[in-house]
Structures are given as C-alpha cells and as structure tokens.
Design a protein around this ligand. Structure first.
Ligand SMILES: Nc1ccn([C@H]2C[C@H](O)[C@@H](COP(=O)(O)O)O2)c(=O)n1
Ligand SMILES: [Zn+2]
Length: 159
C-alpha cells in the first residue's frame, strides 16, 4: 500500500532551508535558502555567512557599534549565497524557499536571477524599509511571494 504520511514539497524544501540555516554562525539570525526548479529539483542551497577566505573567528558578529565592526558590512546573505552557489544552473522560473523574507539587496539578486517565486518562513522585519523595498520590487516585477504555513509536523533527525 502507498504511504500516506509522506511530507509535502513545501515541507520538504522548507525543511531543507531550515536545516541549511543551522550551518550559520550568526548568533541572532540563522537564515537558509533552498532554490528549486519548476520540476521540483533542488538547484542550490545557501546560508548566511562570511565570504570565502574570511575566518569566522576573525570577523565581527556584532549587530551594533561602529559599522565597520558589525557583521552587516561583511556577511553574505543566504539567498545571495544560494544564487551564487548555483553558478551553473539556469534559475529562470525557479522558486526559493527562505527562512527569512529577503532584504532589498537579495530581492534585486533574486529578480535578476530569474527566480519567480519566494516562499518565506519568517517575516520578522516586515515593517523595516528593506522589506518594504523588497515587496515594492517584487510587486513591480511580478515575482510572487507567499508565507509558508507550518504544518505543525515535527521532523526528527538523529545525526
Ligand atoms: N533575508 C535575509 C536577511 C538577513 N540575512 C542575514 C544577515 C545577517 O547575518 C542576519 C540578520 O541579522 P539580524 O539583523 O537579525 O541580527 O541574517 C539573510 O541571510 N537573509
Ligand atoms: Zn539579503
């Protein structure tokens, strides 16, 4: 008999985005992104982290203070990393599952890459100018976005 309690595509890909986020060294926000083709094939993954070659232990992870001593000047966002990690894939018509709604910089990269849909888990910066600009960009360019509605299913991994 065919199993009935298999996970949905949305649960599967958001689950992978959440797992990918667990690689992040950022203390306050761990973000993961999973880019998926129209045929439901995973094209790329990314999480927020320092650029290749920068030692995580030598970089600032602070949120406040002298801008040069905060993480914001240096960290690569999950969505951008996922796009850059997919260098050999065509992202036209793809969708991205991301654990945090994209900032305006990632919104620009998403649009330019050809990704057409965003499924996001958290929208905790909804009222920040960065999120407002992202929505403006997505609305103008026809990129769809929707909140992920957690199914409540608990997935346990023993690693
Ligand atoms: N869509 C986003 C938004 C933010 N990030 C990264 C950038 C930082 O590492 C962190 C946000 O830190 P916070 O201001 O919450 O302390 O998340 C991202 O990867 N994608
Ligand atoms: Zn971003």
């Amino acid at each position: 008999m065919k199993r009935k309690d298999y996970i949905s595509w949305d649960e599967y890909f958001m689950g992978i985005a959440l797992l990918t986020a667990m690689r992040s060294k950022d203390d306050s926000s761990q973000v993961g992104a999973c880019i998926v083709s129209p045929e439901n094939k995973i094209l790329s993954l990314g999480y927020n982290g320092m650029p290749i070659g920068c030692n995580d232990d030598d970089m600032p992870w602070e949120r406040e203070g002298d801008p040069l001593d905060t993480k914001y000047m240096y960290v690569c966002h999950a969505e951008l990393n996922a796009i850059l990690n997919s260098a050999h894939s065509n992202l036209t018509g793809a969708r991205v599952y991301v654990t945090l709604f994209p900032c305006n910089e990632c919104a620009k990269a998403i649009i330019q890459s050809g990704i057409k849909e965003i499924i996001y888990y958290s929208d905790k910066y909804h009222d920040e100018p960065s999120s407002m600009a992202s929505r403006r960009l997505f609305n103008m360019t026809g990129v769809k976005y929707r909140a992920y509605h957690p199914s409540g299913r608990e997935l346990t991994l023993t690693v």
